[in-house]
Design a protein around this ligand. Structure first.
Ligand code: HPA
Length: 283
């Protein structure tokens, strides 16, 4: 089998054969947030199943296509759905689409997800800007031989790479300011990633709170690690779809995750649509 870089290049060549859009901004839409892809103008939608080496999502609520076009004049590549390690995919498959977004020319990545809220003062339905993460999945997406050809900006592509500002403080500040202009508060929080697919136990959530986590989820960190390896700028946004286990004492259901996504859709869409030209200018 060919190496990861060649596999990513095959995917890029195929995508380029389908569209003239040269995206500078990549967006990964999490559970319940996939409808944002309808904001793309002059869209070309490519099912993941058609893209060489792309993993295909098995979870309801993740539709599984890459949409290329523009939003507010910025050329974008929007992933409508992602795959997770709990589906049985290897960590390099989970992070593969992010590698492809980088090689397509994206300098900035917006990663979004549904998350459980650990802090009582961040209620269900809140949008949160991720300030940092704690990776408790037990694995790392940069495992394996280092591939310097993934260096997409000066100083990136190293074996050991910095995660101090993985979630760009500058992009986060833009998002917080834009939310304020739109009349709501975008809280900042630390995202803790678990493998899933079981939701957590109340004891785990108590432990995660002590560790410094504000949000818990089953995605994002692997994408952020490889995006950081390639030198991309990252903005992470979580939608608190439910309070984490034991916070209210109520059971957690996947349907709730989807329903809250639909309810917050308008706020999410107007924040992102206003932000994209600002981020585009930043890249
Ligand atoms: N835990 C883990 N992942 C999640 C949750 C949760 O409570 N809600 C949405 N994704």
């Amino acid at each position: 089998m060919s190496d990861l870089f060649s596999q990513a290049q095959s995917a890029v060549e195929f995508i380029r054969s389908q569209t003239t859009t040269q995206p500078t901004l990549g967006i990964i839409l999490g559970s319940g947030l996939g409808n944002f892809a309808s904001q793309v103008e002059n869209p070309i939608a490519i099912p993941y199943a058609n893209i060489p080496n792309f993993p295909i999502s098995t979870v309801s609520g993740h539709s599984g296509q890459l949409v290329l076009g523009t939003i507010a004049g910025v050329p974008v590549a929007v992933m409508q759905g992602r795959v997770h390690a709990y589906e049985g995919y290897s960590i390099s498959q989970v992070s593969f689409p992010t590698r492809v977004l980088g090689l397509l020319g994206c300098k900035t990545l917006i990663v979004t997800n549904a998350a459980g809220g650990i802090r009582a003062d961040i209620p269900q339905g809140s949008l949160v800007a991720i300030s940092d993460h704690i990776n408790l999945t037990g694995t790392n997406a940069a495992l394996g031989p280092n591939e310097p050809r993934f260096a997409l900006s000066p100083g990136s592509g190293e074996r050991f790479f910095d995660m101090t500002t993985a979630y760009s403080p500058a992009l986060r500040a833009l998002a917080v300011a834009e939310a304020q202009r739109q009349g709501f508060t975008l809280t900042e929080g630390v995202y803790l990633a678990v493998l899933g697919p079981s939701f957590e136990t109340p004891a785990e959530i108590r432990a995660f709170r002590i560790l410094g986590a504000d949000l818990v989820g089953m995605s994002t960190v692997h994408e952020v690690i490889v995006a950081r390896h390639m030198g991309l700028q990252i903005l992470g946004l979580s939608l608190v779809t439910n309070m984490a286990a034991g916070v209210t004492g109520e059971a957690i259901h996947h349907e709730e995750v989807m329903e809250i996504g639909r309810r917050v859709e308008r706020q999410f869409t107007s924040l992102l649509t206003a932000l994209i030209p600002q981020l585009g200018a930043n890249s």
